[in-house]
Design a protein around this ligand. Structure first.
Ligand code: SF4
Length: 375
């Protein structure tokens, strides 16, 4: 086995392969490019109300989860009818991120390439065998997806697209229409080379092996590193980004979002909203203030959803976050050392331990005391 080889297949949940968590079934719905129509959001919210715990969870890959699921077959029927389950065989491999504001704020629109990639991915029987962790990303040039380090990505550079593998610029440049095919070939080459690995970065010399199979050679051209994720805020008279605190979207919040013309789920637990009612969104607890601490706090499921959890981290984070000062440091609350959902890059590590919380490895303190160590 190669150095990064895994002895187990990945267990990423889907709609048809529901994960059994401590609070019931957990289904994950892929949204290539983060695109979710308002009617589809209503279908998801109603499904969670009728079949799950009533909430929708936004994930770090711009997908949506339903927890405490009681009737998986009924969920898949509803999602199929709503166009949210276009491929039975490929549902877990449709992991495609796109710059969330792409094409909406005057930037290059990568969404047509996302749609083409998704269609071609689902049409390839072989690529149904990709690990559920393998990630595609299409960056409109602003570099907002750089920190995510997708396995196979492109980034707009002038009139061309840079091919990025495992997050790094290969120096290969493509014309935009070539991108979907090139990304599929990267995925196929990874499948040929892998020995159980889930991600390209786990495969020894993976980037070189893939480039060689594609007949490309790495050049010394290097893009400068990317920028920050797109923060919450107003981006024009009709365009805004709203953070969903802890990524848990409640029924009434989903209902207000579904009044907008267009929605895109971001990988930062927020939603791009075109022609929505900013005031109403804020009244319902969604955050448009870019300085709010809610923009930089994430938490794993914790108790009662996860059997491994030592604390109800989301309840504690909800209590403590309003006490936090304005600042830039990302904070992640974890119910155990697996730190599920931890953000890319540096963050304040608030970890549940037997007698409280350890902050960045400190001695255990209470949740209330932890806020003193987040500065
Ligand atoms: S970090 Fe631990 S407690 Fe939290 S969801 Fe993951 S396994 Fe469960």
């Amino acid at each position: 086995m190669a150095s990064g080889g895994r002895s187990q297949p990945d267990r990423c949940p889907g709609v048809l392969s529901v994960h059994q968590a401590a609070d019931g079934g957990l289904a994950r719905v892929r949204l290539p490019g983060g695109v979710l129509t308002p009617p589809q959001l209503r279908v998801l919210a109603e499904a969670s109300r009728d079949l799950g715990d009533g909430n929708l969870e936004l994930t770090s890959r711009g997908n949506v989860q339903i927890r405490a699921l009681r009737a998986p077959e009924e969920l898949s029927d509803r999602l199929y009818d709503a166009g949210l389950l276009p491929s039975i065989s490929h549902e877990r491999v449709r992991n495609i991120l796109a710059s969330p504001l792409s094409g909406l704020d005057g930037s290059y629109d990568v969404q047509p390439l996302v749609a083409e990639l998704d269609r071609a991915l689902c049409a390839s029987p072989r690529l149904a065998g990709l690990p559920g962790r393998f990630l595609f990303a299409l960056d409109d040039g602003r570099g907002d997806l750089a920190a995510i380090e997708a396995d196979a990505g492109v980034r707009v550079v002038g009139e061309q697209l840079a091919l990025l593998l495992a997050g790094a610029d290969t120096g290969v440049r493509l014309a935009p229409p070539e991108a979907p095919e090139a990304l599929l070939r990267v995925a196929e080459a990874f499948l040929e080379e892998r020995d159980g690995e889930w991600r390209l970065s786990e495969l020894a010399d993976g980037v070189e092996k893939v480039l060689s199979r594609l007949g490309y050679s790495r050049s010394s051209q290097q893009l400068v590193s990317g920028r920050e994720p797109v923060p919450a805020g107003l981006y024009g008279p009709d365009l805004l980004v709203a953070t969903v605190p802890l990524g848990v979207l409640k029924q009434e919040q989903a209902a207000v979002l579904a009044e907008a013309d267009q929605l895109r789920v971001t990988p930062w637990r927020s939603v791009v909203v075109l022609s929505g009612d900013a005031e109403k969104l804020q009244e319902h607890g969604l955050v448009i203030d870019g300085d709010s601490p809610w923009n930089r706090v994430t938490a794993c499921a914790g108790k009662p959803g996860c059997a491994k959890a030592l604390a109800d981290v989301r309840a504690d984070a909800r209590r403590i976050t309003p006490l936090m000062r304005k600042g830039r440091r990302q904070v992640h609350w974890s119910g155990c050392e697996r730190r599920c959902g931890q953000p890319a890059g540096e963050f304040v590590d608030v970890l549940a331990v037997a007698d409280g919380y350890s902050v960045d490895g400190s001695q255990a303190v209470s949740a209330e005391q932890s806020v003193m160590r987040m500065r």
